[in-house]
Design a protein around this ligand. Structure first.
Ligand code: OGA
Ligand code: ZN
Length: 379
């Protein structure tokens, strides 16, 4: 257990030397803003009661005293007393804990075909429902690899919505709470024909894009129709390695996406790669069917097409794809901001019927955190 070896302060900074040799340098304004006392934080919800403008701009440290495992800090000019426990300081200090970004490529396990020599992340649905540990492991696979397969999901109309209820909330869209993926006459979307679909992410024309997509196979007796998945973050990494300029173009040039039918007209304007403050990819939007008329600065048209083609070529590389055929009762669920999906064309004979639905990543991550806390207590 780490403890405080010594501390010192200046008016604008508290410095703590820890027993393990690490050091924290905490700015006075940060400490004051993070005061944990009941007048500054609601003890029930833990939410901040103060606005930044309630804190004097010339906040400074007046004194610091150690009492048991706490540092008691008095701030001028308010004469405000705050207590910070050692554990709180260790868990929250910005010198010891880097900003975590578990949505970005940095927080993921990037993959290619040979990453799954021991099999794909696949779980039995009954166990997914009954066991918190299986559910947490499956949801963790969605977080790490961006997808999971579930076997033995009852082949009932609408059952997919119950699956979503096990970890999150249904994201209803103009397609309804769920949509049927099967051959339709005069389909409003190529997904509802027997044509092959190239690797894509769904619905880049929405704001925000649904974070999770599920496809549940109810019937599968056609020839063809295999599914393909591809890690869009891995492909973006390959692009950056092969041509950093192309990566930059796809993360800087905003383009329009659109979906239209007789009762819908959805638009968005975003970059193909959304990056964070560290230039790491956090979302990919790639869908050749729904890119709207490209309107970029004239000088950007050719560079954009070169970068777009390069990324498309990387996505098509077989060594980056996994392929399998969904049978009745199988469901795949994937991070629709990261993992691209595709399907091969299928025959006219036989029936292929999938039901699809969307959900969001925040709900899944929240359920995963709660399950991990529960499972931890079970051990
Ligand atoms: C879709 C889609 C794939 C399939 O509906 O979004 O891409 O396997 N379908 O039919
Ligand atoms: Zn799709």
């Amino acid at each position: 257990m780490n403890t405080i070896k010594s501390f010192s302060f200046k008016t604008d900074q508290l410095t703590i030397e820890w027993q393990d040799g690490r050091q924290s340098q905490l700015a006075a304004i940060w400490l004051r803003d993070h005061c944990q006392m009941p007048e500054c934080r609601d003890p029930h919800s833990g939410q901040r009661l103060l606005n930044i403008t309630d804190i004097p701009a010339d906040t400074r440290i007046q004194s610091v005293e150690q009492i048991d495992d706490k540092l008691v800090v008095v701030f001028a000019p308010e004469n405000h007393v705050s207590e910070f426990s050692t554990n709180w300081l260790l868990d929250n200090c910005y010198c010891l804990n880097k900003q975590s970004d578990d949505r970005s490529e940095q927080g993921k396990k990037l993959w290619q075909t040979n990453s799954f020599a021991n099999g794909l992340p696949r779980f039995d649905y009954a166990s997914f429902c009954q066991s918190g540990i299986t559910r947490a492991t499956a949801l963790q696979a969605v977080k790490d690899y961006g997808f999971v397969l579930l076997d033995g999901v009852p082949c009932e109309d609408g059952y997919i919505l119950q699956v979503i209820g096990k970890f999150g909330y249904v994201r209803e869209t103009n397609y309804g709470p769920l949509f049927n993926v099967r051959t339709e006459v005069n389909a409003n979307n190529l997904a509802f024909t027997n044509l092959g679909l190239g690797c894509h992410l769904d619905n880049p024309y929405r704001d925000p894009v649904p974070g999770i997509q599920l496809l549940h196979c109810l019937e599968s007796s056609t020839t063809g129709g295999e599914s393909i998945l591809q890690d869009g973050f891995m492909a973006a990494n390959v692009l950056r390695d092969e041509n950093p300029e192309h990566f930059k173009t796809l993360s800087r040039q905003w383009i329009n996406y659109r979906f239209q039918d007789s009762c819908t007209d959805l638009h968005s304007r975003v970059a193909m790669f959304e990056v964070n403050d560290l230039n790491q990819v956090i979302k990919v939007r790639y869908n050749n069917r729904s890119i709207d008329t490209l309107r970029l600065e004239r000088s950007q048209i050719k560079p954009f097409y070169a970068a777009y083609r390069h990324y498309a070529e990387i996505i098509e590389r077989e060594e980056l794809q996994i392929s399998f055929k969904l049978g009745a009762g199988e469901l795949m669920m994937f991070d629709n901001t990261r993992v691209l999906h595709a399907r091969k064309s299928y025959s006219d004979g036989g029936i292929r019927h999938l039901q699809g639905a969307y959900s969001d990543l925040d709900g899944l991550y929240s359920t995963l955190s709660m399950l991990q806390a529960e499972n931890h207590n079970d051990l």
